[in-house]
Design a protein around this ligand. Structure first.
Ligand SMILES: NC(=O)c1ccc[n+]([C@@H]2O[C@H](COP(=O)([O-])OP(=O)(O)OC[C@H]3O[C@@H](n4cnc5c(N)ncnc54)[C@H](O)[C@@H]3O)[C@@H](O)[C@H]2O)c1
Length: 314
């Protein structure tokens, strides 16, 4: 069990945990009351200011929850309600109890669950370290190395959390083996940018698959992270060394060396000045290398040269 899970288990056992419930409806309110009755400090969150106000007055709107029981918990400061989602950062654990209405195809519509999860992700405890992975969750991304490296980092920074943005054939197994990881699924445009923005560091541990020779060439996601002014750490394989200059526009380590990767990550975590410097140079590098006008001109010159050579040969 990870340190994080162990610490949470201890706090739940001793009753020191502060629980959040998102959605104070037929499920969320009774659940909040039961946990508060069980001795935990509970804060219920809801978009409806009426429900929040009613709970804080100790007035129940759910038949199964007697108002006198609710009021006793509110007066004892074991239970309160809020629409200020920034208070999620106070919670050690959060239970999502928002509606999942059935869509046209009779499948549950998870929009409100995703919104709720985003609200939580954005309020992870300030100062909590977020390492973000963005990309396909597949074998050629050397996931075991990424996980081993993260666990090494977590020994140094217990508060580190791993947020995985993307999907792929290896996601289910990874989630089953690492219950403390956060899986945000495929994110695009503004949502993707928000996940990049919530990160302190971008790590890409690509390798070359010996059997198939399958490899990342110049992974778009690495250029995207650099363009987003994120300091990057990557393995020095294939085209990555064309994009990242070690110590200048990012940091590079040899493939399949989790200890070295963890060491560099830990070093960067404690060195905001270096992170800023690498992030700035990384963004400038991408702007230079992927300048469309410059690239089009270079390509046209190549073609002109080739056509000229061909005509000369003819
Ligand atoms: N009601 C039941 O008997 C029952 C039984 C089992 C499971 N469930 C499941 O439990 C979940 C909740 O159902 P319910 O019956 O409590 O729904 P509900 O409509 O009674 O309550 C949901 C509450 O969530 C709030 N909410 C919506 N989006 C929110 C957000 N982003 N942040 C915070 N609050 C938000 C709403 O304002 C509402 O007060 C659903 O997934 C449902 O399928 C319900």
């Amino acid at each position: 069990m990870s340190d994080l899970a162990k610490r949470l288990e201890d706090k739940l056992r001793t009753g020191d945990a502060h629980l959040g419930t998102l959605g104070l409806g037929y499920v969320g309110l009774p659940l909040s009351v039961e946990f508060a009755t069980g001795g935990l400090r509970v804060t219920g969150f809801d978009l409806s200011p009426e429900k929040v106000a009613a709970v804080n007055r100790g007035e129940s709107y759910i038949k199964d929850v007697p108002s006198d029981r609710l009021k006793a918990l509110v007066d004892a400061k074991k239970l309160d309600a809020s629409s200020d989602f920034n208070r999620l950062a106070e919670c050690d654990a959060v239970i999502i109890c928002v509606p999942t209405p059935l869509g046209k195809t009779k499948d549950p519509d998870l929009t409100m669950v995703v919104d709720a999860a985003k609200a939580i992700a954005e309020r992870l405890k300030p100062g909590q370290l977020a390492v973000v992975y963005v990309g396909r969750i597949a074998p050629e991304k050397n996931l075991p190395l990424a996980v081993r490296t993260f666990r090494e980092v977590q020994k140094i920074r217990h508060d580190a959390r791993y947020v995985w943005v993307g999907d792929g054939p290896s996601r289910a197994a990874l989630a089953a083996e690492n219950p403390d990881f956060i899986f945000a699924g495929i994110q695009r445009d503004a949502n993707l940018a928000r996940h990049f923005a919530s990160a302190d560091l971008f790590v890409l541990a690509s390798v070359i698959i010996e059997r198939s020779g399958k490899r990342d060439v110049i992974p778009n996601v690495l250029a995207e992270a650099m363009a987003m002014r994120l300091p990057v750490v990557a393995t020095s394989v294939s085209g990555i060394t064309e994009l990242v200059t070690d110590g200048v526009s990012g940091r590079l380590v040899g493939p399949n060396d989790p200890a070295a990767l963890a060491r560099v990550i830990a070093e960067l975590l404690d060195d905001p000045a270096q992170r800023q410097r690498l992030a700035a140079e990384g963004a400038a590098t991408v702007a230079r290398m992927f300048d469309r006008e410059v690239n089009i001109e270079e390509l046209a010159a190549l073609f002109r040269g080739a056509v000229g050579a061909a005509r000369g040969a003819a």
